[in-house]
Design a protein around this ligand. Structure first.
Ligand SMILES: [Cu+2]
Length: 250
């Protein structure tokens, strides 16, 4: 009896030791489970890019908030932080798209559909970033300008929702956590749907139509023109995010 106990204790020690030692082996096994490392590695890149996009959107919202000049004590810092977020977010997206990890992946997987998708997504993200960088937030003088900037804030929020939604879908599709994966995927899809309807709702809103009727059409008002470019480019990103290939595909 005693030898049996000793034997099991010894076995437990051996098992736990080998688990600790074979961390690398576990990683290899995960790669195997997910049908090769390429898809998994690409999805981790997508998560980083999504984070970059969220940083840009949140940064832009902070810049607008600061330009609304409602809190003199903190506006300067808010503005600075917002601009910093936009820059860092953009740098992260660019870094993922053209860094050494991507270059190494390109050697083997340049022709994979996932790779093609990733670069389309990256391009669309950088387009929105470019628009937000160029958008002047300084003029909040009229109620119309204020209204437009509130719409930009909502559309930036839709970008964050879509990025979070895509992350939840990817996480669920990685199939690492059993039953809860299903909820993760479902909730991610809902976020994506809500993000889309937020953009279309905003662009087709009564307030937007009223501004157009007053003569502030995209061709006559530069800020309205910017607003429409921003919404269009954001919709492109959200659309691409909702078509993200499954975590197991190549
Ligand atoms: Cu408009």
């Amino acid at each position: 009896m005693r030898s049996k106990v000793r034997f099991s204790a010894c076995l437990a020690l051996v098992v736990s030791l080998s688990v600790a030692i074979s961390g690398h082996g576990y990683a290899e096994e995960m790669k195997h489970m997910h049908g090769g490392s390429a898809a998994m590695e690409m999805h981790h890149m997508h998560i980083l890019m999504n984070h970059g996009l969220s940083m840009v959107a949140e940064g832009s919202n902070m810049v607008m908030l600061a330009e609304m000049k409602m809190a003199p004590g903190v506006d300067a810092e808010t503005l600075q932080h917002g601009q910093h977020m936009i820059k860092e977010g953009k740098d992260l997206i660019t870094r993922v798209l053209s860094g050494p990890e991507m270059m190494a992946m390109m050697k083997k997987h340049a022709k994979d559909t996932v790779m093609d998708y990733t670069h389309q997504l990256g391009e669309a993200m950088l387009k929105v970033t470019d628009i937000l960088e160029k958008m002047s937030m300084e003029d909040m003088s009229s109620p119309d300008m204020m209204e437009m900037h509130h719409m930009h804030t909502m559309i930036n929020h839709a970008l964050v929702m879509a990025a979070d939604g895509a992350n939840l879908i990817m996480l669920g599709e990685m199939g690492m956590a059993g039953d809860i994966d299903k909820l993760s995927i479902e909730h991610g899809k809902e976020m994506m749907k809500d993000a889309k309807s937020m953009v279309t709702g905003m662009m087709g809103s009564k307030e937007m139509m009223e501004m157009h009727a007053k003569g502030m059409t995209p061709d006559k008002s530069p800020m309205m023109g910017m607003s429409h470019q921003h919404a269009e480019a954001s919709m492109k990103v959200i659309d691409l995010l909702s078509k993200m290939p499954a975590a197991s595909s190549k």
